[in-house]
Ligand binder design. Structure first.
Ligand code: P6P
Length: 339
């Protein structure tokens, strides 16, 4: 793989990847470019959220019963509108919609199924903390006809691509098509995403842990013992780890991707309706697990590899332990009782 020149545009990078991919039709390149346009539009609104009446909630609630922020709605509709017309997508599944949004048969359709968390961490919008857009792309199983649920309820290992946009101190795109992970930073003056983090590799072990310790009383004993272990001084294993928690999965994951460490959202007994924790398998855990593994990290539900999990419903939730390989393996040893 030729050395990747920092500073090239994401379009140039996509075209290079396309040239290196046998039989690539350019469909993926065009689909990702539309996602990039959508992200630029969302970035524009996010960056002025405090100035216009786009803050606050719509008053409606999503399938999880969560208050839907106006920017959530805006991001969701922006992405769906952009990709609907590419001719490369046959269906979109969104964290914000109860059911699959199928591209009408009279539209040009293609082989890709797009799954999105349009605005992850939206509860942080009003306090100006990082938020993000997560995407996952599968190739459908059938050649044509209506999209069926079994074509969407796929294992994460079958993803053809996954990534996220993070709207933070800068706006970045991080994605993988299965050939490593690259990061692009939006140059607002140019309106272009430029390669800023080529071949991202997650450190084998970190010194940061990210978890909402407010849920400590609701965790199972092994989880508590693991977090207590991370907080117990031991110079040989760089403990105590530093605690960092933004409350936006994309923001917490992105920091640990670059610096190493572990992010956890364990199962907890806080809400009987969410015994498997809060995060969604298809829209959050699986795409970020794809990125983590491509960067040399790993992701599990505490015992099983996230990318091996078979979704049962569109909105399955799953416990998530994701980050540096050594850290996730240690967490799994606590959860299995080995440590
Ligand atoms: P808690 C945001 O609402 C989100 O889905 C993730 O982005 C984030 O990691 C998690 O929830 C935060 O949840 O319970 O710690 O506020």
């Amino acid at each position: 793989m030729p050395v990747k020149e920092v500073g090239i545009t994401v379009t140039e990078h996509l075209l290079r990847e396309q040239r290196e991919t046998p039989y690539a039709t350019g469909a993926f390149t065009q689909l990702l470019n539309e996602l990039i346009v959508a992200a630029k539009i969302i970035h524009r609104e996010v960056s002025k959220a405090g100035l216009v009446d786009i803050l606050g909630s719509t008053g409606s609630r999503n399938v999880y019963g969560e208050q839907v922020q106006k920017l959530d709605d805006f991001a969701n509709h922006t992405i769906i509108r952009r990709v609907m017309h590419t001719g490369h997508v046959c269906a979109i599944a969104s964290e914000e919609d109860a059911d699959i949004v199928e591209v009408p048969q009279e539209y040009p359709r293609g082989p890709y199924i797009l799954l999105i968390d349009p605005l992850d961490g939206s509860s942080n919008i009003d306090v100006n903390a990082s938020i993000g857009t997560i995407f996952s792309i599968h190739r459908r199983l059938k050649d044509d006809g209506p999209v069926t649920l079994d074509e969407v309820l796929r294992k994460g290992s079958e993803q053809v691509a996954a990534g996220y946009f993070i709207y933070g101190s800068s706006t970045m795109l991080v994605y993988s098509t299965g050939k490593g992970v690259n990061g692009f930073t939006l140059n607002p003056g140019l309106g272009e995403f430029l390669l800023s983090h080529p071949n991202i590799t997650m450190p084998e072990r970190g010194k940061i842990y990210s978890v909402n310790e407010g849920n400590y009383a609701y965790w199972d004993e092994p989880v508590r013992r693991y977090v207590d272990y991370l907080k117990t001084p031991d110079p040989e294993t760089s403990r105590p780890y530093t605690s960092r928690y933004i409350g936006t999965l994309v923001g917490d994951f992105h920091r640990n991707l670059l610096k190493g460490g572990i992010f956890m959202y364990p199962a907890d007994r806080k809400d009987p309706k969410k015994p498997r924790g809060k995060l969604r398998l298809l829209f959050e855990a699986a795409p970020l697990a794809f990125i983590a593994e491509q960067a040399g990290g790993t992701a599990s539900d505490g015992s099983r590899r996230i990318l091996d999990l078979e979704p049962e419903t569109l909105h399955d939730r799953v416990p998530l332990f994701i980050g540096s390989k050594d850290d996730v393996v240690t967490a799994e040893k606590f959860l299995s009782g080995e440590l």
